[in-house]
Design a protein around this ligand. Structure first.
Ligand code: MN
Length: 329
């Protein structure tokens, strides 16, 4: 594993890849930042495919669709034949779910572009990690500018949404966040209110009714001063978890069960991060309980696995882990 010292060196590496083919991928359950950074980075290659280890969130799927991209072009095909595999928005193989093993044995080069705290990768890889940036999309836009690559209006909007969504709509931002989003809006000609609307797309009356019903039947408990809201979601666990935070929960955890697996989504109010709680770390640590994998960001994370009957144990362990981490670090 080789650390790439600065963005100039990263740009040089990408320049040297111009004639190559690439497969770009990201953490399991790809979000808007993961997708935006992968899709725009693919411009640096002669040919490229963006693949997800499992699926992408329905929210980001919706965003792709509304911005004029084809969400079905993102498949979960692992391209063994690519010259280069690129990981964005993730810096370890474990969080790449079903692609982990294939990435470990991938015979081509591996390039990592990420903004999370650095991790070790147990294989040859070139790694660019910039924790000072709040999103992978922010790194990719800086890179695009440095390399003098032109963005289409769609791409500019997508990168802007990657940055905005990972900054929790500017809550975790730096002056650079605003500068970049400003430049991207200039390129696309879109208004901020239109983009912000895409992040909030109002569900149908039926969907909202279901959310309210599910939220009111969810479990609610205060443990160590933390308000937890949790339970089974009939439809989309991530939306339920987000709704719970919106109505005042400190931490939420919802799951869905499909024919083959159980899938959890956890969310947390941003202020809780100062207590040293990192949901991504917690979900990753507990995923073995459901025979699968997990991970994500401090305030938004997921886990899925095949042990469909372990929902209650997983939930209990999750609450214990979060409550234990209470207190400033
Ligand atoms: Mn990200």
């Amino acid at each position: 594993m080789e650390k790439i010292a600065d963005m100039g060196s990263l740009a040089n590496i990408l320049r040297s890849y111009a004639g190559k083919s690439a497969m770009l991928t990201f953490h399991s359950v790809g979000d808007t930042d993961a997708l935006a950074s992968a899709i725009v980075l693919s411009k640096f290659f002669r040919s490229a495919r963006v693949s997800t280890p499992d699926f992408i969130t329905s929210h980001s799927k919706n965003i792709l669709h509304k911005l004029g991209f084809n969400p079905d072009s993102i498949t979960n095909f692992f391209d063994e034949g690519a010259d280069v595999a690129v990981l964005t928005d993730v810096n370890n193989l474990e969080d790449c779910g079903k692609f982990s093993a294939s990435l470990a044995s991938f015979s081509g080069e591996l390039l990592v572009v990420d903004h999370h705290s650095p991790k070790t990768i147990g294989r040859q890889a070139s790694v660019y990690n910039d924790e000072s940036r709040n999103s992978a999309s922010s790194i990719v836009f800086a890179l695009v500018e440095l390399a003098g690559i032109k963005l289409t209006k769609h791409e500019a909007n997508l990168l802007a949404l990657g940055i905005i969504s990972d900054s929790a709509e500017f809550i975790n931002s730096t002056p650079e966040t605003f500068t970049q989003v400003g430049k991207l809006l200039q390129i696309s000609g879109a208004s901020y209110s239109w983009l912000a609307q895409l992040l909030k797309s109002t569900p149908s009356a039926e969907e909202r009714l279901r959310s309210i019903a599910e939220l009111s039947s969810a479990e609610k408990n205060i443990v160590s001063g933390i308000l937890f809201v949790y339970g089974r979601a009939g439809y989309q666990a991530n939306h339920m978890a987000e709704d719970a935070i919106r109505v005042g929960a400190d931490v939420s955890l919802f799951y869905t069960i499909s024919e083959t697996e159980i899938s959890f989504s956890a969310r947390m109010r941003p202020e809780m991060e100062s207590r040293g709680i990192h949901l991504g770390v917690i979900m990753k640590g507990l995923a073995h309980m459901i025979g699968g994998s997990g991970g994500g960001h401090p305030g938004a994370a997921g886990a899925y696995g095949t042990a469909k009957d372990r929902a209650a144990e997983f939930t209990r362990a999750f609450i214990d882990e979060v409550a234990k981490r209470k207190g400033p670090t």
